[in-house]
Design a protein around this ligand. Sequence first.
Ligand code: GCO
Ligand code: MG
Length: 402
Amino acid sequence: MKITAARVIVTCPGRNFVTLKIETDEGLTGLGDATLNGRELAVASYLTDHVIPCLIGRDPHQVEDIWQYLYRGAYWRRGPVTMSAIAAVDTALWDIKAKAAGLPLYQLLGGRSREGVMVYGHANGRDLAETTDQVGKYLEMGYKAVRAQTGIPGMKTAYGIGRGTLFYEPATKGLPEEQIWSTEKYLDFVPKLFEELRKVYGFGPHLLHDAHHRLTPIEAGRLGKALEPYRLFWLEDCTPAENQEAFKLVRQHTVTPLAVGEIFNSIHDCRELIQNQLIDYIRTTVVHAGGITQLRRIADLAALYQIKTGSHGATDNSPVCMGAALHFDIWVPNFGIQEYMRHTPETDAVFPHAYTFSDGYLHPGEAPGHGVEIDEALAAKYPYDPAYLPVCRLEDGTMWNW
Ligand code: GCO
Ligand code: MG
């Protein structure tokens, strides 16, 4: 088999998505997600201008060799743009290989290790009552795990407070929205949220929380300790992770499980965190961490240290990423949980998919490949519409981590 053509499809059915479609001389096609929120066209150009010309004429079955060619061959290694582009190629090639075999992708990885993929949804509200109510709605839908984020008294904005139901869309049109942050107000209020949630819903459901890189290590340790009585499934991105050693300080102060990795793009970003057992869940995704080929390597390394997977699954990861992630999740021995922020009906219509939700679990389906296609005619009706993620400042105007 030979790759005859490849192209990038950019579409905005409510939010922007970048998709790579690879075609072959045998008529099989494969899709890969290449969406990098707020920086979409950089990846589109990396693919169109620099990667696609190198793919034409290659055997799509050589998934590993093509991965190594794109990674080593660029000379400039790693980084979110490069790795999202490589991920898109890798995902599309796995899709083609599985379609050629007539098998769902998970069968090529080693087969099913569980009945379904436990997912967590996003509950959020402007205040404690609204957030508590939203958590209840997810539990009614059958979710076994819910992430809870709430507005904070005295703060105009807080991370994770949605502009829609069932999904949270942080990117906005125009220049980046500026949000204001107070660590003090946040640290005082968050334990009250989880106290209330445990009071209302008991200890049955898994509860998760995302601090979105806002705290210093010692503040993160304080929050983790304060949340211990409420037994969180995980506390996510409690502090920025460029300095992986920072997590030693967090770990010294709390036994609340820690999750990190949604912005990582290679195994090297998480190596020290994994080898020093500084985290409990690794959140690297198919789209931003180099595809299935790199993700399975990260998962195998994590398994040596009893660290589980918990892949990022926000709305900016397209249904193509979600489809591929579910095949990975149903196979990976050290699976923990999968994030699942639902896409809008417009997005679901552009990306028809085989995966289904029932009773708190997602199922990848049995379609050959990863089970996600694109309706190109419909996609063309939604042209690219630039949007940025917000930026964040402290109350005195200092730039902070969004
Ligand atoms: C999450 C993430 C997202 C990100 C978003 C940025 O845990 O789902 O933190 O909400 O902010 O994916 O593009
Ligand atoms: Mg997050």
